[in-house]
Design a protein around this ligand. Structure first.
Ligand code: SF4
Length: 169
């Protein structure tokens, strides 16, 4: 499938969960193959995945989506180092880590369930699951804040849609 999709030298390859249901050895081989071929052909890749490990190893830029919208975006390394949106923070905390497992600490999880995307509210859709939710979060959808633009500690172009960082409440 990858050979077929790259045979016409596309400028962009959209790979939707290309390694799901594969064991980790084959997964690593497929990802190496994709990296090598796309680098040689100069193809940009949009990789859609639930695996943060795959993202960390493959992507330059990361968009975190919740309820069908991008809620955080930034350079992958910067975003892993300083996740700003509570959903991204929850996702990263819920990845099992050997050093934490050795301490006997329970694995963190995000409580609740995702919303029904057919009937989304006008407010922040993460509101019922967010530990940092405020009154404004259930009234209005949060604007996107660019942290780099404000000269903060996060890389330029790093944005998040969250009322925690907006002064326009
Ligand atoms: S806008 Fe409010 S509810 Fe939504 S993620 Fe930010 S703090 Fe949580």
């Amino acid at each position: 499938m990858i050979a077929m999709s790259l045979s016409c030298n596309p400028e962009i390859l959209i790979a939707d969960e290309p390694t799901s249901a594969l064991d980790v050895t084959i997964q690593a081989q497929i990802l190496d193959l994709m990296k090598d071929l796309t680098a040689r052909l100069g193809t940009a890749v949009i990789l859609i995945t639930h695996s943060l490990g795959v993202v960390a190893g493959m992507c330059d830029t990361l968009c975190v989506m919740y309820a069908g919208r991008v809620v955080e975006r930034g350079a992958t390394e910067a975003l892993f180092a300083a996740p700003m949106h509570p959903y991204t923070q929850g996702l990263i905390k819920s990845v099992p880590r050997l050093d934490v497992a050795a301490t006997g600490e329970r694995l963190s999880s995000i409580r609740g369930q995702p919303p029904n995307v057919i009937d989304l509210p006008d407010c922040c859709p993460f509101y019922p699951r967010c530990d940092k939710a405020m009154e404004v979060c259930r009234r209005k959808y949060p604007p996107s804040v660019d942290f780099g633009a404000s000269g903060g500690p996060v890389a330029k172009g790093h944005t998040a849609s969250c009322w925690l960082y907006s002064e326009a409440k």
